[in-house]
Design a protein around this ligand. Structure first.
Ligand code: FAD
Length: 298
């Protein structure tokens, strides 16, 4: 049996939203298809009549500086992010996360938008974007700012997520256009690392991203994202508070780790790891990631 009946390939956001309005329903956007096609085949996604392929939509494939922000289009394949000099300069944690997703074949087609829209709390691109303080741009049918005749709105990245596998996007009505990140300035840096099963190519046991600003030998600002620390992508806000105004040393790290462990909600998963194991190994991952980001910022 065919998994879909109609396949539409819009070239502009306006054409994509037109397809959303008029193509036979049920419909779904498809990017690399690395999650969606498996979900359709294995019955984890409701059947669709129409797939709207968003990989040729010009507004969604941009990767560029816009004023003092760095824009990454939702349809940019993660391998392009890994190799992009602007991404390395302004979103190093994101390039590191994208470079660890799956293997080279998947990375060539898997997009950042697909990684985020799937709404898993430990998706690698998602955890990096959370630490980088991204804002999501969404094309919507509701009244908002106008981009080339299409209504769009911007929301804080964390507002995209309602629960494991559940995004706040209105299904069949809204599309992720891309992500805006603040550009990286002097003495700011980021880093992403993860712990995987040997030979593992799917989601990690734990991943962790840090963004920080260093001023006069202390953490002036810091954001720490840990997956899967909660049902939605999660920031270790208490550990962040414990580090602000402190230098990086054994005492400040131990206080931050204690705060992280008191707040985090690791769960046990049959395929990956128990909660206890995650609590045990997060300490080394946190230390390595924090040390690397600090070393890059000083
Ligand atoms: C072998 C293998 C290994 C993997 N390893 C990893 C890994 O290590 N780390 C990791 O994080 N992930 C991993 N994944 C998961 C997957 O590859 C990524 O999440 C990928 O980034 C998904 O992007 P895609 O373009 O293929 O999305 P698709 O499969 O095309 O779409 C995924 C979902 O997002 C929706 N969607 C797509 N684009 C948009 C948009 N612009 N707006 C709104 N909704 C949209 C689709 O309708 C669908 O529901 C792996 C998958 C496979 C098959």
């Amino acid at each position: 049996m065919n998994l879909w009946q109609n396949y539409v390939r819009p070239k502009t956001l306006s054409e994509a939203m037109d397809a959303f309005a008029h193509a036979p329903r049920p419909l779904a956007p498809i990017a690399g298809g690395t999650d969606l096609l498996l979900d359709l085949e294995q019955g984890r996604h409701l059947p669709v009549q129409t797939l709207i392929d968003v990989t040729s939509v010009a507004e969604m494939t941009a990767l560029e500086l816009r004023g003092d922000e760095f824009f990454v289009g939702a349809s940019v394949p993660v391998n392009r992010i890994v190799l992009d000099p602007l991404a390395v300069a302004h979103a190093q944690a994101l390039t590191e996360a994208c470079n660890l997703i799956a293997g080279p074949q998947v990375r060539n087609v898997a997009t950042l938008g697909g990684n985020v829209a799937h709404a898993l709390p430990a998706a690698d691109g998602t955890i990096a974007l959370l630490a980088l303080d991204a804002q999501a741009e969404i094309a919507t049918s509701a009244p908002a700012a106008v981009l080339g005749g299409v209504n769009t709105r911007r929301i804080p990245f964390k507002d995209l997520f309602l629960g494991p596998g559940k995004s706040s996007l209105k299904h069949g009505e809204e599309l992720l256009v891309g992500f805006y990140l603040p550009i990286t300035r002097h003495h700011q840096s980021s880093c992403f690392k993860r712990i995987m099963r040997p030979q593992g190519v799917a989601l990690p046991i734990i991943n962790l991203a840090v963004w920080l600003e260093y001023v006069d030998d202390v953490f002036n600002q810091i954001r720490i994202a840990v997956g899967p620390g909660a049902p939605t992508p999660w920031r270790a806000s208490e550990a962040e508070k414990a580090l602000i105004g402190k230098s990086l040393n054994e005492g400040s790290f131990n206080a931050a780790l204690e705060a992280l462990l008191a707040q985090v909600g690791f769960r046990s998963s049959a395929r990956r790891a128990s909660s206890d194991y995650r609590r045990h190994i997060v300490s080394g991952l946190f230390k390595d990631t924090l040390d690397a980001a600090w070393g890059r910022a000083v």
